[in-house]
Design a protein around this ligand. Structure first.
Ligand SMILES: NC(=O)c1ccc[n+]([C@@H]2O[C@H](COP(=O)([O-])OP(=O)(O)OC[C@H]3O[C@@H](n4cnc5c(N)ncnc54)[C@H](O)[C@@H]3O)[C@@H](O)[C@H]2O)c1
Length: 439
C-alpha cells in the first residue's frame, strides 16, 4: 500500500458507497459518509448495517474508532481531501439516463469546493459524463480541473452477495480528466486496492463499466433465447451448457433465468444505447437483448398456461419463490419476479411469494407480505403452481415438490430433487419429477 492518510468524503452510502467508505476507513483514512436518507444515517450512528454483506460489527468498529462518520451535512465536504461520488444513476420513464442525483451531488460539491481536492465519480454512467457534465459544473466554482482541483472516474465493480471477492481484491480501474488528475486518483486508490488499472481517459473508464455490464446483459439474454430455442427442439439447455463448458477455452457459461435484473445489468446498457444514438450509431445487440429480457416473464407465464391447459389464470393460486434479482441478496430492484407477479395478478391469478431475504414488496401500489415456509415441516402449501424464480441457498424445495402439483423451475434448482410435482424447467422439457428431475 502506498500514499498517505487522507480525509475522504463518500457521497451516497448505498450498496456501493458504504462498503467503499468502510474499506477506506479500514486502511486508516478518516471517512465522512454523506447521505440524504435519514433512516440510513440513523442506523449507521447506532452501529447498524443495512447491507447484508456488511456485519454490524464492522460499522460499529469504524464508528467507535472515529474513522468513519455519517452525516447529511454537506458543508463537511469542505473538510475532505478526496470526494467520491456513489449516488444512483437510474433511467427515467423514457428509459433514458436520469442524472438528477448526480447533478444534485455535483452542485453540493461545487458549492463547497476548495483548492487541492480530488473528486472521483464511481456511479455507472455513459462515456463523457465526467468530462462534459461534471467538469463544467465543478468549474463554475472558479477552480480549474487539472490545476486547482483534480477530477477522475473509477467504475465500481462490487458484487453484492459474492463473498469470494472482497472489495480490495477486485482490480480497480482508475482514470483522470488530465494526467495529473489520473495520478492523484491512482495514488488514493492504491492505498486500498491491491490492483489498480490506470487507463487513458475518463471516457474509456466509463465505457469499461458499460462494456462489462452490456457483455453480461447480451449474454444473459442470448442464453435465454437459446433456452427457448432448445425447449422448442426438445433439447435440454442445461445439459448442453454443461457439455459446452467442458471446452477449456473460448466459452464462458451463462445460465437461463427469468431475466437480468438489478440496478446495473438491465440499466447500464441503455445508458450506452442513449449515448451511441447521439453519435448516430445504433446498437442492435442492446435493443435485441432488452426485448428478450422483457419477454421472459411473458414466456414463462405462457408455458404455465399451456401446462395447466388454461387460456387464463383467473383464480389460479401461484407461489413465486424468490423475488430478488439474484440469489442470496435482498435487492429487488428491476427484479423479473416483481414483473411476473404484476403480470400474473393482471391475469387474475392469486399470487403469493416466499423469499427468506424479503419481508414485504409493493406491486402496482399494493403491499404484499411474503409467506413463511420452512419453519414447520408439516405446513401445507395450498398452491396450484410454484415458480422457482431465484435459487437462494436453503430453499424448502423438497416440501414444494411434494405439495405443489406444478413447479416451474427457472434456475435448474430442482436438479437431484424428486417429488410428486410435475416440473417444467426453463430451457428443458416438461417432465414428471418422480421419473427424473436430475437431467
Ligand atoms: N449496487 C451495485 O451492485 C452496483 C455495482 C456497481 C456500480 N453501481 C453503481 O453505483 C451507483 C450507486 O449505486 P448503489 O447500488 O450504491 O445505489 P443505492 O441506491 O444503494 O445508494 C445510493 C445512495 O445515494 C444516496 N443519495 C442520493 N442522492 C444523494 C445526494 N445528492 N447526496 C448524498 N447522497 C445521495 C441515496 O440516499 C442512497 O443511499 C449507481 O450508479 C450504480 O449503477 C452499483
Amino acid at each position: 500500500m502506498e500514499g498517505h492518510m487522507r480525509r475522504i468524503a463518500v457521497v451516497g452510502l448505498g450498496y456501493v458507497g458504504l462498503p467503499l467508505a468502510l474499506a477506506f476507513s479500514k486502511q486508516g483514512h478518516e471517512v465522512i459518509g454523506i447521505d440524504l436518507d435519514d433512516q440510513k444515517l440513523q442506523m449507521l450512528k447506532e452501529g447498524r448495517s443495512y447491507i447484508r454483506d456488511i456485519p454490524d460489527e464492522q460499522v460499529k468498529e469504524s464508528m467507535e474508532k472515529q474513522e468513519f462518520s455519517a452525516t447529511r451535512d454537506i458543508r463537511r465536504l469542505r473538510e475532505a481531501d478526496v470526494i467520491i461520488i456513489c449516488v444512483p444513476t437510474p433511467l427515467n420513464l423514457d428509459e433514458e439516463p436520469d442524472l438528477t442525483y448526480l447533478m444534485q451531488a455535483a452542485a453540493n460539491i461545487r458549492d463547497h469546493l476548495r483548492r487541492g481536492q480530488i473528486i472521483v465519480l464511481e456511479s455507472s454512467t455513459y462515456p463523457g459524463t465526467t468530462r462534459e457534465v461534471l467538469k463544467p459544473m465543478l468549474e463554475q466554482s472558479g477552480l480549474i480541473v487539472g490545476k486547482d482541483i483534480f477530477l477522475g472516474y473509477s467504475p465500481e465493480r462490487v458484487d453484492p452477495g459474492n463473498r469470494s471477492y472482497p472489495l480490495e481484491v477486485i482490480p480497480k480501474v482508475v482514470s483522470g480528466v488530465t494526467d495529473r488528475c489520473a495520478s492523484a486518483v491512482e495514488d488514493v486508490y492504491r492505498t486500498v486496492f491491491q490492483t489498480v488499472v490506470r487507463i487513458s481517459s475518463t471516457d474509456a473508464a466509463e465505457m469499461t463499466k458499460l462494456l462489462e455490464n452490456t457483455y453480461r446483459f447480451v449474454n444473459i439474454s442470448f442464453i435465454n433465447e437459446m433456452a427457448r430455442l432448445c425447449t422448442g427442439m426438445g433439447i435440454d439447455i442445461w445439459e448442453v451448457i454443461e457439455a459446452a463448458r467442458s471446452k477449456p477455452f473460448g466459452f464462458s457459461a451463462f445460465y437461463p433465468s427469468p431475466g437480468a435484473g438489478g440496478h446495473c445489468i438491465p440499466v447500464d446498457p441503455l445508458y450506452l444505447q442513449w449515448r451511441s444514438k447521439q453519435f448516430g450509431i445504433s446498437s442492435s445487440f442492446i435493443a435485441v437483448s432488452r426485448e428478450i429480457n422483457h419477454s421472459m416473464p411473458v414466456y414463462i407465464i405462457q408455458q404455465i398456461k399451456d401446462a395447466l391447459s388454461l387460456g387464463a389464470l383467473s383464480g389460479v393460486k401461484i407461489l413465486i419463490v424468490g423475488v430478488t434479482f439474484k440469489p442470496n441478496i435482498d435487492d429487488i430492484r428491476e427484479s423479473s419476479s416483481i414483473e411476473m407477479i404484476k403480470r400474473l395478478q393482471q391475469e387474475g391469478a392469486i399470487v403469493s411469494y416466499y423469499d427468506p431475504y424479503v419481508h414485504e414488496i409493493t406491486v402496482q401500489g399494493q403491499k404484499l407480505t411474503g409467506v413463511r415456509m420452512n419453519e414447520d415441516e408439516s405446513s401445507r402449501y395450498d398452491y396450484d403452481c410454484a415458480i422457482i424464480a431465484v435459487n437462494h441457498d436453503g430453499l424448502p424445495l423438497k416440501q414444494i415438490m411434494d405439495q405443489v402439483p406444478l413447479v416451474y423451475d427457472t434456475r435448474n434448482a430442482l436438479k437431484g430433487i424428486s417429488g410428486a410435482a410435475k416440473v417444467i424447467r426453463l430451457g428443458g422439457g416438461v417432465q414428471d419429477s418422480e421419473e427424473d428431475s436430475s437431467l
